[in-house]
Design a protein around this ligand. Structure first.
Ligand code: SF4
Length: 386
């Protein structure tokens, strides 16, 4: 497993907001998820393509390694297509950098040391480009949850600091350019800042908080950053914050006011995530560690009938005289499976105009949500009546 810093760049959003989380998390082991393993595999494939295109490895070695990676259970044409979106973008950036500065530095999977600001801090940058004037850090994310923005992104800034630490004295760098490529979400987010602003952030925002976090000092501060915290299920600060809603002292009159409903809406997402984290934790402890929770027992959930052996079922029915038309139904693969089966490029070419995206189910979202507001049914009816 890859080496990780206590104050990792990927966890910076969390330990900068909640400095005490770093040491609290340290004692909790969490296995690598299937998504994380798939992401690591996609990174290996991207690194291989880039190493070959940059002449860092010979064709024979490339072919041998590619053959090995294609045997991996995570490999699919769809994954390969997504990886190539990142690889093409990376090659474009590399060529631009070389056109700007002949001896531009190009680093793949570079260990970036930002320990001048964060005790023992280091991380791995997928692609680092150093030219006269500009330092570029490019991060490949294979996730398909939510698009991650490069704007004010502490992970990217720490990578940029690590690169600056290494190359700042060799090149006259004035700008840091940070990009996150998320091909599965069609998202490329770029943010630029001056080196002066980056240094100001490092010295005024990061240094002191990182020192506290390293010592296990500082405040607990629950928020959205709890989502990937290893103690998210058992953290007292998070529980207390969420229990405030349960203990909310709703006053008279008997019906909630609009303001009170908005207060519940504001807290609802975090509250439901927290409840779900606690339930998953309690179940996992009971099933895998024999934990007995007072007043609770393990039971079997609802289950559905299923065939023991589909081939034998078909054989029995056909022998009894039923035709295949009766016992089988032909079903077209769903969009995700079809895209995976034929590859994204072919899918887009062959099925242009044959795939639509109907409007999603209407839901309430905070004003800060990036999606545009839509009209309510009442507003539409009102306009039609005019
Ligand atoms: S769950 Fe949230 S509040 Fe608790 S330690 Fe983790 S980040 Fe901090």
């Amino acid at each position: 497993m890859a080496e990780h810093a206590l104050l990792s760049a990927s966890g910076a959003g969390r330990w900068l907001s909640c400095p005490s989380s770093a040491r609290l998390e340290e004692a909790v082991e969490e296995g690598e998820s299937e998504y994380a393993r798939e992401g690591s595999f996609a990174h290996s494939l991207a690194e291989l393509y880039l190493a070959y295109y940059l002449d860092l490895i010979k064709k024979s070695k490339f072919n041998k390694r590619l053959k090995e990676l294609r045997q991996n259970s995570f490999y699919s044409q769809e994954l390969d297509d997504y990886v190539k979106v990142y690889v093409d973008f990376a090659m474009e950036k590399i060529n631009e950098a070389k056109a700007r500065t002949k001896d531009a530095v190009v680093l793949l999977e570079a260990k970036l040391d930002y320990s001048s600001w964060v005790p023992e801090g280091f991380g791995t940058g997928d692609l680092v480009l150093v030219t006269d004037d500009v330092l570029e850090v490019i991060d490949f994310k294979f996730g398909q949850g939510i698009p991650v923005s490069a704007v004010d992104n502490p992970q990217m800034r720490l990578y940029a600091l690590g690169a600056l630490n290494q190359f700042g004295c060799l090149y006259d760098i004035n700008t840091a350019c940070m990009t996150i490529v998320q091909p599965r979400l069609d998202s490329i987010s770029t943010h630029e800042m001056t080196i002066d602003d980056l240094m100001h952030w490092a010295n005024s925002t990061v240094k002191e908080t990182a020192e506290k976090a390293f010592k296990g000092e500082g405040d607990f501060n629950p928020g959205e950053h709890c989502r990937f915290c290893r103690v998210r299920s058992t953290c007292r600060a998070r529980a207390e914050e969420n229990m405030k809603l349960a203990c909310y002292d709703f006053k008279q009159p008997p019906l909630l006011t609009d303001d009170e409903i908005v207060e519940v809406l504001d807290a609802a997402d975090e509250y439901m995530k927290w409840i779900s984290d606690v339930q998953s934790y309690a179940l996992d402890q009971a099933v895998n560690n024999g934990k007995q929770w007072p007043g609770y027992k393990l039971v079997e959930g609802r289950s559905y009938r299923k065939y023991v052996d589909e081939a034998k079922v078909a054989k029995a029915l056909i022998s009894a005289g039923y035709s295949e038309d009766v016992i089988y139904e032909k079903v077209l693969l769903g969009i995700t499976k079809m895209e995976k089966a034929v590859g994204k490029k072919q899918f887009n070419e062959l099925l242009a105009g044959l795939v639509e995206k109907p409007p999603g189910k209407v839901k309430l979202a905070p004003d800060a949500d990036k999606r545009p507001a839509i009209k309510s049914t009442a507003e539409i009816d009102f306009k039609e009546e005019l």
